[in-house]
Write a protein that binds this ligand. Structure first.
Ligand code: ADP
Ligand code: MG
Length: 259
């Protein structure tokens, strides 16, 4: 059984707006294993960003338990959360958040400088090769396309050797073909490096390429599906389950991976 990287039970995040309580997340159970791609689908306002911010320790739950790499993060102070995130979580921001005056290679190495760790030009080169940007190392962000900028953001998240990559709407600013190429990159990272990938998307076609697709509505999981059957990486032509296109009305598979 693959390692569980993130495990959450009864996760809630309520916001107060005047006298009103917004239940952005209202009791979510989720676990993510190494090598697994999990997508979070749902309409705007359904709680996707809230969920992945909580799972990434960028925000704290109102209620519920959360284990990251086996460690409970409840009640931890900000500097302790940074420690938990380090070496476990790589976060990819939707707007890329690249520094315009730094080259591609310098942007990728930025997290190491924040962590007071040495840069290693060979490692940077390897990661740029992994994301398909070997020939762009010395370019500035403004010289890149949107898809290339997203690859730099992914490379930057990879430089600290995380166990899971978390990406909020990684295809949201990209055209369909470029978005598809980012999904293919995620699949390769999961298959070849055993990385877990957690992403949100508005686009069901991308969401159903994941091993597991979770659909949120009003802060609750209303559907959990495995579009490619039990283990996407090992299924064969005659494996059960729909193989072409999004399944409709599939049964719930909640907890299927945690047995
Ligand atoms: P999604 O990413 O699916 O569009 P969000 O997680 O951003 O949804 O938001 C879920 C709900 O929580 C929405 O109703 C949103 O308005 C509300 N919300 C999110 N962040 C805040 C906040 N900081 N303060 C108050 N309400 C918030
Ligand atoms: Mg969002």
């Amino acid at each position: 059984m693959p390692n569980i990287i993130i495990e959450a039970h009864g996760l809630k995040r309520h916001y107060h707006r005047g006298s009103e309580t917004v239940k952005a997340l209202d009791g979510v159970d989720v676990s993510i294993h190494s090598g697994e791609i999990v997508s979070v689908l749902g309409p705007s306002g359904s709680g996707k960003t809230t969920l992945i911010n909580l799972l990434s320790c960028l925000d704290a739950p109102t209620e519920g338990t959360l284990l990251v790499a086996g460690k409970s993060v409840a009640g931890l102070a900000e500097d302790e959360l940074v420690e938990v995130r380090r070496g476990v979580l790589g976060f990819v921001f939707q707007q890329f958040a690249l520094l315009p005056t730094l080259t591609v290679a310098e942007n990728v190495e930025l997290p190491l400088m924040f962590l007071d760790r040495r840069t290693d030009s060979q490692k940077t080169a390897e990661i740029l090769q992994t994301v398909g940007l070997s020939d762009r190392a010395n370019h500035l962000p403004r010289e890149l396309s949107g898809g290339q900028m997203q690859r730099v953001a992914i490379a930057r998240a990879l430089i600290t050797d995380p166990k899971i990559l978390v990406a909020d709407e990684p295809t949201g600013n990209l055209d369909t073909a470029t978005g598809q190429s980012i999904i293919e990159l995620f699949k390769r990272l999961a298959a070849e490096q055993g990385l877990a990938i957690l992403l949100t998307t508005h686009n069901p076609a991308f969401g159903y390429e994941a091993d597991r697709a979770i659909t949120l509505q009003d802060g609750k999981i209303v559907r959990e599906e495995m579009p490619h059957g039990e283990r996407a990486s090992s299924h064969s032509q005659d494996s059960p389950g729909p193989l072409d296109g999004p399944p409709h009305g599939s049964p719930l598979f909640e907890g299927a991976l945690t047995q």
